[in-house]
Design a protein around this ligand. Structure first.
Ligand code: GDP
Length: 177
């Protein structure tokens, strides 16, 4: 079985979005199945590996966390050039982070002219059950249609849809091959 792993596909996926939307938490949930409330800010770009079975085939994902680099957009840009997909996160309880999605999309298109698949992710959907004011799901869906991206809502805290988000993105990338 290990022999098969050597020939598996490998994709580079980059996580972007405003500070504190939950990029590091998303990765922690996805790769270690853990969550930490008030996790400290990530220093520099970090990456994690995760193998998922996509349409019956193992795909090795190299997931790059750009947390802490939001202010240094020129640095983050270099990560898109060789990316196979982007997870663009906003925080459903932070309208500003949703409004800034546009800027992130512009930046991605600027750096990688070829159509790189994007998954728009509304994170922290668990806070809705506490009655926290949030960006409605329909707004996210509409924006995703405007930019022709995939869309889902997730909770890194409760582990909702994190695997699914990455799986759909990898599947889209695979279709494009
Ligand atoms: P980053 O700067 O985008 O990497 O964001 P972090 O992963 O550091 O998360 C910022 C804060 O939001 C931390 O206090 C996290 O514990 C919290 N957080 C992240 N994801 C979620 C989530 O899905 N639900 C809730 N309730 N809090 C979250």
């Amino acid at each position: 079985a290990l022999g098969c792993m050597a020939s598996e596909r490998a994709y580079r996926i980059v996580l972007v979005g405003d500070a504190a939307v939950g990029k590091s938490s998303f990765l922690l949930r996805l790769c270690k199945n853990e969550f930490k409330l008030n996790s400290g800010a990530t220093v520099g770009v970090d990456f994690q590996m995760k193998t998922l079975i996509v349409d019956g085939e193992p795909v090795l994902l190299q997931l790059w966390d750009t947390a802490g680099q939001e202010r240094f957009r020129s640095i983050a840009k270099s990560y898109f050039r060789r990316a196979d997909g982007v997870l663009l996160l906003y925080d459903v309880t932070c309208e500003r982070s949703f409004l800034n999605v546009r800027e992130w999309v512009d930046m991605i298109e600027d750096v990688s002219p070829e159509d790189i698949p994007i998954m728009l992710v509304g994170n922290k959907c668990d806070l809705r059950k506490d009655g926290v004011t949030s960006v409605p799901t329909s707004y996210g869906e509409k924006l995703a249609m405007t930019y022709n991206t995939l869309f889902c809502e997730t909770s890194a805290k409760d582990g909702i849809n994190t695997v699914e988000a990455v799986l759909h993105l990898a599947r889209k990338r695979k279709e494009d091959d």
